[in-house]
Design a protein around this ligand. Sequence first.
Ligand code: ADP
Ligand code: MG
Length: 735
Amino acid sequence: MILTKKIYFYGNVVRYRSPAFPRRDTARQTALTAMNVLDSPIEYLKGVGPAKGDLLKKELGVFTQRDLLLQYPHRYIDRTQFHRIGELSEHSGEVQIRGILRRLTVAGQGRKKRLVGTFRDPSGALELVWFTGVNWIEKSLTVGMEYIVYGRVGAFGHKLNIAHPEIEPVKTENVKAEASFAPVYPSTEKLNTKGLNAKVRRRMAKQLLDKLAPTDVPENLPAYLIQKFRFPSRLQALRQIHFPKDAEELKAARNRLKFEELFFLQIRLLQIKRRRKDVVKGYVFDQIGDYFNGFYQEKLPFELTGAQKRVVKEIRRDLGLGVQMNRLLQGDVGSGKTMVGLLCMLIALDNGYQTCLMAPTEILAQQHYEGISEYVEGMDIRVEILTGSVKGKARKTILADLAEGHIHILIGTHALLEPKVVFKNLGLAITDEQHRFGVAQRAKLWAKNNPLPPHILVMTATPIPRTLAMTLYGDLDVSVIDELPPGRKEVETTHRTEHHRMRVIGFMREQIAKGRQVYVVYPLIEESETLDLKNLDEGYEALRREFPPPEYQISVVHGRMKAADKDYEMQRFVKRETQIMVATTVIEVGVNVPNASVMVIENTERFGLSQLHQLRGRVGRGAEQSYCILLSSFKLSNEGRERIQTMVRTNNGFEIAEADLKLRGPGNIEGTQQSGILNFRIADLAKDGKILKAAREIAARILDDDPKLERPEHHPIKWYLEKHGKKLKGWSRIS
Ligand code: ADP
Ligand code: MG
């Protein structure tokens, strides 16, 4: 109506029909609503129906036709390749063979009833077995006919077989048409036995794709990007990912879909970051006063490294902006994050605010407490520690003084998060070794202050591969300390097996004779704490025989000791009353004893790479040459060997993190499991670093130029987000 009126009013039809107006609206409608076909329930798809629909929902979480479309094949069968039966073994995995069905018999009775066929090609024979659908499968097959069979090779006794194979008659024309990649979809046992086998799934996908028109799958990327990267259209890409004609088509489809997935993730992350910066105000720390300057000029015990200076500057700038800071500080073990943290705390004090530092273990909290108290001695700064073991009157006093604002710096464990811990004005909260805390815990830190949340600095010593950081912390700002303090000698790392144990003991003796101290670490076996302790106990006894008192003293620390006992043992080591510290991985994080120069790791193959790197970081902190000895059994899995070789090859935490990502995949990197953020449909952070980088850069550029995605060329992005953005959640990590 309005449109007509305007046309009438201006009397200029052409102007209003042309450029974007009406057409843009149609396009918008298309983008927002036309995917209705895909929104319809899966059971409405021809050939599915209620029974199969239910199965798809239960087993695969496929509810709508879109879900089916977006469930990409996880691999493809190359229809051009046939195996020879004579060359198969039970380790051949999934194979495609071509031959003649020689015999077909029903064996067994009742529940044990099964259909057994003999399948033969010129090189040999194997058995085909079906345990369900016996009757109709038997009817559908013809003895003496030539078939193509696909399935996983198994063995029963000495005989090779394939259970529930895909089987299709060879028709000459059929072979040609199918001479390409056949998709294989994620499946379950149940689906396979209930008639939703690979063949049926393939038919469903085909059915769906055939009925889709371009308007059903509107483009979601700007035309200029599609042109730039020579991407297939969205619909074309979906067709090609399900049924690629050849390897090239498959690659093109994969590229586009991977880019798309990562691009929308980055757009969302960057939007969250921008929005937060617009909305969440922060205290302005614009004073650099006596605390900071006094410390910097008179107390700083060493010159900051270039990287430390740069990072302090980055943080200072953040703190002055009036926007809440959310910054991740990455730095390898020993790179001096604590000092950076302390300098930031002093800035908070200069501006009249309290600060806190949260560490993941009591030992670490204690160490930070002692270290920081010492640094600021004589500066009229009150530092306190609060952990689970601070109780009774001491606790009451701390809580009261904190609320009154008499405590400047509070250091502690997650005990800091308890509701009873109330600050007068918390301006900056630092967490150390962040990835051990959950997202929920970070959220509690946010809530620790009113009306504005404190600035947040997250320090982590687990270098995160760039690709992971870009997604996991895509909404945080990142600072990196990529330089170690001067004078550090690289830790020398060697791999030794059981056979060399006596030599290792001899080496420990030598080092102890030189006045050094030694760590011996045992893996923590989560599923069996008893086994764990047995390991450690036996190790301890064996060491005591080699290093008997009174000449030698040994500390023991493990996860099930009381905090006070742990602390006592730890302190004995710190004070050099003991020369050897036997421990499970509780010492992993942050412990600092510069005189310790040897790290012996038992059962190295049981540790993950990032853990090993953390452990190695406990030595090499003093002026002396340090050593890390990785003990393992003689027999190692490939992956175990690869991990150990990586450790021997490099000291660089980022390199190790990249290797870890490649070895284990992103889902297994420490601290990432709970976050659904890494459940990609098709992208793979271990392999798609380049695509991710491009996606992030382009997303950033687009949002810089056109923050609200208002330009016509960006409408496809905007509309796609309007329709699907809500489902792309789980990224707002802190808020
Ligand atoms: P991490 O980054 O692992 O937390 P720390 O903050 O514990 O490292 O620092 C490791 C050691 O290096 C500490 O003993 C610290 O005093 C020392 N250190 C930190 N910065 C410097 C520097 N710029 N020059 C010399 N030593 C430094
Ligand atoms: Mg540290």
